[in-house]
Design a protein around this ligand. Sequence first.
Ligand code: PBE
Length: 300
Amino acid sequence: MKRKHLIMIVPILLVTFILTACQSVTAPYNPKEKLGPQINYTITGIDAGAGIMASTQKALTEYPLAENKWQLQTSSTAAMTSTLEKAIKYKQPIVVTGWQPHWMFKKYPIKFLKDPKNVYGKSEQIHTITKKNLKQTNPGAYKILSQFHWTPAEMSEVMLQTNAGVDPAKAAKDWIKKNPKKVAEWTKGVKKGNGNPVKLTYVAWDSEIASTNVIAQVLDSMGYKTTIQAMEMQPMWVSVASGSADATVSAWLPNTAGVYYKQYKNKVDDAGVNLDGAKVGLAVPKYMKNINSIDDLINK
Ligand code: PBE
């Protein structure tokens, strides 16, 4: 190529480059500048009713993030994870409400921020909550529900399937088929249900879609006739407290659903923990290397 041509091409390339760069709205994360202004002081949250949103409101006051212009944006789990995915694609800064077990920690390189004020609690357990006296009125179903216990890794297997587009009932069925020993622990010593109805209510979070579908099919396999119904968190607690539903396996405690547990604990029975080692907090992509604690949102 002649020198004259080169001289013409360079500015054209330059203009093209600048135009392309302008198209991405947020710049990649810049650790040398303050984080807040880079993301308009915004934490990307999920649905307003979630416990993690209430805990994050508390964090806004306690750290104190709100005084320093920070705000929490309400959306949905689906919108939050898609915003997170886009940010990660372009190495942009982002702060999200995060929890485990959830496939977001498998799919994206993200980390929890340290919570020195312990607003979110160290670790959470998911409890099985039944209506009062289910143990006496439906002892077999109660026994299965109280023996239901699995690990975050096991729950994640089902969640990853549903996230990949498999129907939740089918994902649950496949998991049950692959894990007969585990299922035998839950059904140990249980008499057949003879068509006895069981109604489970849940909130349609990925984790609870997984657990509710699995335990419903296990109940059915023992001869119970199980129906499941998704609802918001408050009506779910009311359904069990009023006895219109038999049980839920969706109670994240002691923190996330703590307000509801306190309100309804005299009207329900706690059939025990179905999952240990859950966790709730704020999370950021790992490439935000200098952001490791909630305090860093203000300091860095
Ligand atoms: N979650 C998932 C729920 C509990 C399960 C953490 C989004 C919540 O915040 O209430």
